[in-house]
Design a protein around this ligand. Structure first.
Ligand SMILES: Cc1ncc(COP(=O)(O)O)c(C=O)c1O
Length: 459
């Protein structure tokens, strides 16, 4: 650590233990062990409060710090903006907000309008509300249903959980909002018997059409999908899937809402995940990598055609009556502009593509050495390795064993991830999403740790 904390580590740990309620964590073990506290970061390296160095293979646990830790130029951009003009509600504009929206439009041909908010969940809620208001305004309230996919996640609010395809995430938080309808997942390794076989991608996309026909196309307003399912198991949709999805949406006049909260800003090797597939969404939401965690920002971006539907000035209720207090924080777009400049100037989309290939190669080698690795998949710098007790039946390993692999890597100083309370019985995929600045050496160090951990846990 360059700069030692002025805080006494013991006092900080005790304050945390006594008063902080950590996210997605059972606190009982903290009665006898210390909570983890990170104090400093640089690049892919993180130091905990005791000065122990780690390499972070998951960009801040939830795939966020795309440009790496310790970026002074982003901190400076935020500071400069804050002392000049920190906040005004987004009913008015601010300078970085206008400039970032313009830059986004350049990167997303066909999408022109940015609505600012401050978390991925919130951006998705905006998307859902846009669909609902269009239904009421233009379709007599009928086209209000929103389709979502098994294993996808769109956020933590009750609205987003209503569109949540991960039953363990949802468990105990219902009842949920009506009007959200599930379509099948597209993980070929666990293909549903009715769609398995040749052309799985097309067939499982056609299953979406079956749902639309069952519900009635005049009741369905939108289909919300992750480009690559992230926390649901690193699922890259199979060949033919996206073309069919686009065709179905056009056929039934259904808006395509792509949730780029994880894939956005270079993670898959292009600016946005949907751009891997040549599709044209109507609504795109993004958050994590937009400012790499240097400021809270999320965006719900739409086509001009969607935006135009809210311009009936003769109707006092006809505009998008949505607000997010912190969507007016100018620090978000100030950080996002500099984050985007870094990704562009340092060629980080290309690096994510190249290093992603290297990561998949290394994981594939590990699969060849360890029978417990049943499947390796990913795109760019988002990858997963699914662990199975039996390669033939594909029965998942016990969750405690997945946890043991993650813990062993951590003990080696390498932070990796895994599905967390996501799909019942199938939280068995290790997840990797290092910052887009990762080098071959970084990837090798990460995968060597995984190799050793697998040997230790499974022999
Ligand atoms: C695909 C996806 N969408 C939305 C969200 C929710 O984002 P947030 O936690 O910022 O609300 C997440 C969070 O992990 C996500 O993975």
């Amino acid at each position: 650590m360059d700069t030692l904390m002025t805080n006494d580590p013991r006092a900080v740990i005790e304050a945390d233990r006594a008063h902080v309620w950590h996210h997605m964590v059972q606190h009982k073990p903290f009665e006898t062990t210390d909570p983890r506290i990170y104090a400093e970061g640089k690049g892919l390296r993180l130091w905990d409060i005791n000065g122990r160095e780690h390499i972070d293979a998951v960009s801040g646990a939830v795939w966020t710090v795309n440009v790496g830790y310790g970026r002074e130029s982003i901190a400076n951009a935020v500071r400069d903006q804050l002392v000049k003009m920190n906040y005004y509600a987004a009913a008015a504009g601010n300078i970085p907000g206008a400039r970032f929206a313009e830059r986004l439009a350049e990167k997303m041909p066909g999408l022109t309008r940015t609505f600012y908010a401050n978390s991925g969940s919130e951006a998705n809620e905006k998307g859902f509300k846009i669909v609902r208001q269009i239904a009421h305004k233009h379709h007599g309230g009928r086209k209000h249903k929103i389709l979502y996919r098994e294993r996808d996640y769109h956020g933590t609010t009750i609205g987003c959980l209503s569109a949540g395809g991960q039953d363990e995430r949802n468990a105990q938080y219902g009842p949920f909002a009506p009007g959200f309808v599930r379509v099948p997942h597209c993980l070929e390794y666990r293909a549903q018997p009715e769609y398995a076989g040749e052309n799985y991608g097309v067939r499982v996309a056609e299953a979406i059409e079956e749902v639309i026909l069952r519900e009635g196309p005049d009741t369905v307003g939108a289909l919300c999908l992750e480009p690559i399912t992230a926390g649901g198991g690193a699922i890259v949709p199979p060949a033919g899937y996206w073309e069919k999805v686009q065709e179905i949406c056009r056929k039934y006049n259904i808006l395509l809402h792509i949730d780029e909260v994880v894939c956005g800003m270079g993670r898959t090797g292009k600016w946005f995940g949907y751009q891997q597939y040549g599709i044209q969404p109507d609504i795109v939401t993004m958050a994590k990598g937009v400012a790499s965690g240097y400021a809270a920002i999320s965006c719900c971006v739409t086509t001009e055609a969607v935006f135009e539907m809210f311009k009936d000035a003769s109707d006092p209720m006809g505009y998008f009556r949505d607000i997010s207090t912190f969507g007016g924080c100018a620090s978000g777009p100030a950080a996002a502009l500099e984050n985007m400049r870094i990704i562009e100037d340092e060629g980080l989309c290309d690096n994510a593509a190249a290093m992603g290939d290297h990561l998949l190669t290394r994981l594939q080698e590990i699969k060849d050495r360890h029978r417990v690795v049943g499947d390796v998949r990913g795109l760019g710098l988002f990858a997963g390795a699914e662990l199975v007790a039996d390669g033939d039946t594909r029965e998942p390993v016990a969750e405690s064993q997945v946890g043991a692999v993650v813990a062993d890597c951590l003990a080696q100083g390498v932070i990796i991830g895994a599905q967390n309370r996501s799909v019942p019985g199938f939280n068995n995929t290790l997840l990797f999403a290092p910052a887009l600045i990762a080098t071959k050496d970084d990837i090798d160090r990460i995968t060597e740790a995984v190799d050793k951990a697998l040997t230790k846990v499974f022999g």
